[in-house]
Design a binder for this molecule. Structure first.
Ligand code: NDP
Ligand code: 8X3
Length: 250
């Protein structure tokens, strides 16, 4: 039987590319995000390849998140693969001048949103004793960089939660993976800099990872045999050595 994947943050970047990659291989999709028009466009593009259901909610809203997932139509209720991807950085400021709203957004979306979605989906996986959860962390979850403070904190939390999930869900045979990319050219920097011009230079002078590069690794992880779990992947573009060293050519 075809598997069903639930992807948060499917309206752009890594989540959208993962939806396309999965659809190509016939994986059924539940696609989530706040921008309904984008969800509809993606559904229209993918529905000839696979079954697609869209869910429009903000992961910060606990009740809306639980309600949306608990009321999935029968045909999409069984989730075999959960891709916890929704998230962003908000701001790039030293801790002494950081913005409280930015901090709330990062902790509420990247950490608490991931928990709400997981809370709604894990019980069916434990009941069936099968499933695969992939949390999209970041190189920022392994290494703190200047002004990255709270975003790095949120992604360190994602990695710790991932490891905790892997331990607790081990008796149920559920796979838990962390995929941790470095710089990926998506809408990430537009969001981080609130549309400001700083975003334009982030991926200049080198070839950053593309969303599709990450999606292919995610697809690889979900297609390993039952006894293989890709527990933790750190991936960079070739030009990036770590969070702060990027070889640029102008
Ligand atoms: P994008 O900005 O392109 O995508 C972010 C996605 O998250 C969008 O689909 C957005 O949908 C969704 N999202 C954001 N806030 C919310 C919310 N409150 N409720 C529901 N959905 C939300 O960035 P990326 O694809 O790059 O980011 C995806 C993940 O990858 C994030 O967790 C990010 O931290 C991580 N990552 C990104 C890297 C990069 O360099 N780009 C590197 C490492 C990790 P919508 O706005 O429609 O709600
Ligand atoms: C995104 C990568 O280096 O911008 O998580 O934090 S970075």
């Amino acid at each position: 039987m075809k598997k069903t994947a639930f992807i948060t943050g499917a309206t752009s970047g890594i989540g959208e590319a993962t939806a396309y990659e999965f659809a190509k291989h016939g994986i059924r999709l539940v696609l989530c995000g706040r921008r309904l028009n984008r969800l509809k466009t993606i559904k229209d593009a993918l529905k000839r390849l696979t079954d697609v259901h869209i869910l429009n909610f903000d992961v910060r809203d606990k009740d809306a998140t639980l309600h949306a997932i608990n009321n999935l139509p029968e045909a999409f209720k069984q989730i075999d693969i959960l891709i916890n991807n929704a998230g962003n950085a908000h701001g790039l400021d030293p801790i002494q001048t950081g913005d409280l709203e930015d901090w709330d957004a990062m902790m509420d979306i990247n950490v608490k949103g991931l928990l709400y979605v997981s809370k709604a989906i894990i019980p069916q996986m434990t009941a069936r004793k099968s499933g695969h959860i992939i949390n999209i962390g970041s190189s920022a979850g392994k290494e703190v960089y200047p002004k990255g403070n709270v975003y790095c904190g949120s992604k360190h939390a994602v990695l710790a939660i991932t490891e905790g999930m892997r331990i607790d869900l081990n008796p149920f045979g559920i796979k838990v993976s962390a995929i941790n990319p470095g710089l990926v050219e998506t809408e990430f920097s537009k969001v981080r800099f609130k549309g400001g011009k700083e975003a334009d230079s982030v991926y200049k002078g080198f070839k950053a990872l593309q969303a599709k590069d990450v999606a292919e690794v995610i697809y690889f992880a979900v297609t390993r045999p039952p006894h293989v779990n890709i527990a933790d992947v750190l991936m960079f573009c070739t030009a990036q050595a770590n969070s702060t060293i990027v070889k640029k050519e102008f």
